[in-house]
Design a protein around this ligand. Structure first.
Ligand code: NDP
Length: 288
């Protein structure tokens, strides 16, 4: 999928018929007391899609910024995620209620299982609960995060329902070709977390990225975000200042060449920055 340059944020249709903006912003590690201010800055910069999670403990700050913005609900796309402690059928229902209350919303656009936590053996049952919730009107789209191909196979086999999205760690230092290929086979939309590779200094100094930035008059962060857009991924960078939020939003007026895309896919792969979904239980730094 190629995304044409232009001023508008393109939207991608999801399995339930909703359209998600291809660029949003994420609020992992945004302190609860700063969340309302930072989300308000993001909305002012033009973002309409926000990615939070119960485990981030900042859903209420997101909700306050949404309420204060005056932006029509239909123009917003809000994603939240079920905490790892809320696996299992009944806990998943309670988890959704808690997130809706924190966010001050009567529906969530995209509700994700945050991690599969295979050690707990409950992700299939949890997915069954999300399928049920998708019929309640309180969740427009359901998906997963950090699911490996074997986890995807289990939930699809059990329910026949394919997640709209799998939100996974994806950046030029960890391009995950096999998992992306599995998404393509299922028709799952890939959403990239830590899309900037957490602005890792070595990644940002990579000559391929620096050269592409120089060729297009763009920053390395903008080149990386453009790579995500052009491979068809949804991208949710986190930033804390108006200038960075604006910089990350200004990625719709240039296009990387096929050669540049190929060169980015071939840069060194140091691997994961975050947890391994096969073993991960609790979000680092959060009592999730
Ligand atoms: P990112 O790759 O988005 O990197 C964020 C870092 O990059 C911050 O330190 C930020 O600094 C910096 N940065 C932002 N813009 C620029 C820029 N233009 N130039 C230089 N540096 C920049 O990593 P995150 O881990 O924050 O991931 C983004 C989102 O993905 C999260 O907020 C969350 O929504 C989601 N996520 C989901 C996970 C999951 O398990 N599903 C796990 C991790 C993340 P500063 O803030 O100081 O501006």
């Amino acid at each position: 999928m190629s995304v044409e340059p232009g001023r508008q944020v393109p939207k991608v249709e999801l399995a339930g018929g909703s359209f998600i903006p291809q660029l949003g912003f994420g609020v992992f590690q945004v302190p609860p007391q700063e969340t309302e201010r930072i989300v308000a800055m993001g909305l002012a910069a033009g973002y309409r899609s926000i990615d939070t999670a119960a485990a981030y403990r900042n859903e209420s700050g997101v909700g306050m910024a949404l309420a204060a913005s005056g932006i029509d609900r239909s123009e917003l796309f809000i994603t939240t995620k079920l905490a790892n402690t809320e696996h299992g059928h009944d806990k998943a229902l309670v988890g959704l209620d808690a997130s809706l209350e924190q966010l001050g919303l009567d529906y969530i656009d995209l509700f994700l299982i945050h991690w599969p936590v295979p050690a707990h053996g409950l992700y299939v049952e949890t997915w069954e609960a999300l399928v049920e919730l998708s019929q309640s009107g309180r969740v427009r789209e359901i998906g997963v995060s950090n699911f490996l191909p074997e986890h995807l196979a289990q939930i699809v086999e059990a329910t026949g329902v394919v997640p709209a999205v799998n939100q996974i760690e994806l950046h030029p230092g960890f391009t995950q070709p096999e998992l992306r290929a599995a998404h393509a086979r299922y028709g799952i939309v890939t959403e990239s977390w830590s899309p900037l590779g957490r602005a890792d200094a070595e990644l940002f100094a990579n000559p391929v990225l620096v050269a592409a930035g120089a060729a297009h008059g763009k920053t390395v962060a903008q080149v990386i975000l453009r790579w995500h857009l052009q491979i068809g991924a949804i991208v949710i960078p986190k930033a804390s200042s108006p200038s960075r939020l604006a910089e990350n939003f200004d990625v719709f007026d240039f296009e990387l060449t096929d050669a540049e895309i190929g060169a980015i896919e071939a840069i060194p792969q140091p691997g994961r920055l975050g947890g391994d979904p096969a073993t991960f239980i609790v979000q680092p730094g959060f009592a999730a």
